[in-house]
Ligand binder design. Sequence first.
Ligand code: DLL
Length: 432
Amino acid sequence: MFWDKAKECMPRADLEQLQLERLQSTLYRVATHVPFYRKKFKELAIDPDGFSSLEELRKLPFTTKDDLRNNYPYGLFAVPLRDVVRLHASSGTTGMATVVGYTRNDLKNWSDMVARILTATGVDADDVVQIAFGYGLFTGGFGLHYGAERVGASVIPISSGNTKRQIQILQDFKTTALVCTPSYALLLADTMMAMDININTLQLKYGLFGGEPWSEEMRTEIKNKLGIIATDNYGLSEVMGPGVAGECSYCNGLHINEDHFIVEVINPDTLEPVTPGELGELVFTTITKEAFPVIRYRTRDLARLMPEPCPCGRTFQRMTRVIGRTDDMLIIKGVNVYPLQIESILFDIEGTEPHYQLIVEREGRLDKVTVLVEVVESIFFDQMKKQRQLVELIKKRLATELGIGVDVKLVEEKTLERFEGKAKRVIDKRKL
Ligand code: DLL
């Protein structure tokens, strides 16, 4: 199903022409209204009017989270506040929040983009959509909300938290589509199992998950436990919020809304583009946003582009799931490791629960990682010998697949913290 087939299936040549035109007007907009970009363009001798091909994008400066922070709160807005009708903020993991704004037209485009990803999953006007993302400064709740209303679905703005109430509403309101973080979906599923609720009595058909990294194994687990189609949805406040990219029902990569964003993938060390299909940092340029346009925004998110066409017919390029962030990459004995790799391996091992936490400490120049893994009760209370065998097995699997040794500790079921929003898997004890 398509929300806007003419756009989503546009021939690439037409799309590129549209991108160029929209980029030209964005450059004009920022050079005229945002002193930060005007200054940067001047320093780099960039003439925004002389921009005649998409390849020239590479000449433009990057924008980073620090640039946003340095211009807190409204310094990068390209319209006066009287034209801004919504503000959101991203707290990030550290430091000062960054503020983002939307004009009425930005909100219309945003809800259209979210409507596309909901439709691509299968959601339509007959669906009842339970939005269990936080409403507030976080873009997740409101972003999905407006998109779901745009589709014409019946929207339940329950927001995050209060798991028992979520479950009651899932049952009573006959929810057909659940929208939340993947870790919260799993928590809901596990709580329902503990309450002996038969999943077949629910009307759930779809789950749209996002806001945090998750593995393919976690998808399978959620699909099996809830009996639904589960799609991955990606976005970030600085670029817009949810709706930047989302999966179609083939569940094999996320289509990027390329008529609104130009995507690049760069090597985060050299800042040069990677060869197509190679892993690197996602960089987005917004080309329709009025209030808060960003040029070559460095996301810190690592993914690959999938240039080959998708069987669904959409011509928008896909990206793979985000496998991690440049800033949550751990260097253990010189090897780059992402928490998600560890998650995939744990899912494979019988007796371990899909709940884990990584404790990172620094020994000398290298990171030392201890993986805390929840194990089912029967194993936890089993003989020491069996526990030791399991620890050895996990260590061995991690060592073979990651190429390094890490410490493993088994913990009792339900002892690690659960999250209603984004899960925090890494406890960083390094004093850097
Ligand atoms: O998390 C927007 C969003 C809300 C997307 C709901 C999808 C669904 P921020 O709070 O600004 O915005 O956080 C953005 O979260 O840079 C990624 O690191 C991470 N992230 C978001 N979606 C995914 C995903 C929202 N599907 C940051 N997979 C991004 C992996 C994701 N990471």
